[in-house]
Design a protein around this ligand. Structure first.
Ligand code: PDD
Length: 279
């Protein structure tokens, strides 16, 4: 694979960054994951708008213009022949002697991108439906910034797998915030889609925005508010969304069967409509 690092296109085993990179020393880096379908970038503008916001919130300088970033994304898709998969982009504050204080303006941010081929539309998990465990949300309280501080998300995803489940949803004060790497939704008895409202408690999902738009066009009722663990376990349906999983049905939460214990009609419909509208 060809990857992009600090201004150059190089083969992945020839690419390197400094051992002093603040991304690895402090988690001082932000990232985006954009999906590719039929060789085309999905929801690209949304991902780049969020990237700019993450950089601003952390007072991190940008290493490239919007035009340059688009050019790099397009070129990597082309060079690596990505028909279906994703592009990962990461910007760290750069490499400097280890110091909790940010380095001065002479230190340039590290920009890296790589691609990954992946089957996104045909997903065995989306066919079967996910089993979810509930865990305390022990992350820092700026989950709206897409940083690479993913250790807790990784721990709870492994905890889910070790217990025979697929993913973890996080709980703050008795209410669901989001999944380990996705936004969380339930469908109530009367067919209303409920998902937590935007705040610093969750990542403002780009897929969330697009899927809620699809739901609105299908004239489905939507409530953006926190929902409780009890509501989640009693829901008629549940699902998650993310750039790489689109709409992903949930069939079990902490051992409680959701609906019929099979992917529900609202989630399946939204998955179809979102994919069709993205192409
Ligand atoms: N994760 N919430 C969290 C904590 C996430 O990490 C993600 C995305 C989302 C969904 O956001 P979006 O719809 O913009 O992808 C919500 C990406 C896919 C990842 O880390 O791989």
């Amino acid at each position: 694979r060809t990857v992009f690092v600090n201004g150059s296109y190089v083969l992945e085993n020839e690419a390197s960054i400094s051992i002093f990179d603040r991304g690895s020393l402090f988690g001082d880096a932000v990232y985006e994951v954009t999906s590719v379908l039929d060789g085309k970038l999905i929801d690209y503008d949304g991902h780049m708008t969020r990237l700019r916001r993450s950089l601003d919130e952390l007072k991190m300088p940008s290493p490239a213009s919007d035009e340059e970033l688009l050019e790099i994304h397009r070129k990597l898709v082309e060079l690596n022949g990505i028909e279906e998969g994703l592009i990962y982009l990461q910007i760290s504050r750069g490499a400097a002697d280890r110091d909790f204080l940010f380095p001065g303006p002479d230190v340039k941010p590290t920009l890296l991108l790589f691609t990954q081929k992946k089957s996104l539309i045909n997903s065995a998990l989306a066919e079967r439906g996910q089993k979810i465990i509930l865990v305390d949300d022990l992350r820092w309280r700026r989950c709206d910034i897409k940083t690479v501080q993913l250790l807790y998300a990784s721990l709870v995803k492994n905890q889910a797998h070790d217990s025979g489940a697929d993913d973890a949803w996080m709980v703050l004060d008795g209410e669901i915030t989001e999944g380990s790497s996705n936004n969380a939704y339930i469908v109530t008895e009367d067919g209303t889609i409920v998902t937590r409202d935007l705040s610093s408690d969750i990542l403002h999902g780009i897929t969330r925005k697009a899927v809620l738009k699809c739901a609105g066009e299908l004239q489905l009722k939507i409530e953006e508010r926190p929902f409780t663990v009890a509501e989640a376990k009693a829901a008629k349906e549940a699902f998650s969304t993310s750039a790489t999983s689109f709409v992903n049905p949930v069939i079990e939460i902490d051992g409680a069967k959701i609906g019929e214990g099979t992917p529900g009609p609202v989630a399946r419909r939204l998955r179809e409509v979102y994919i069709a509208s993205s192409k």
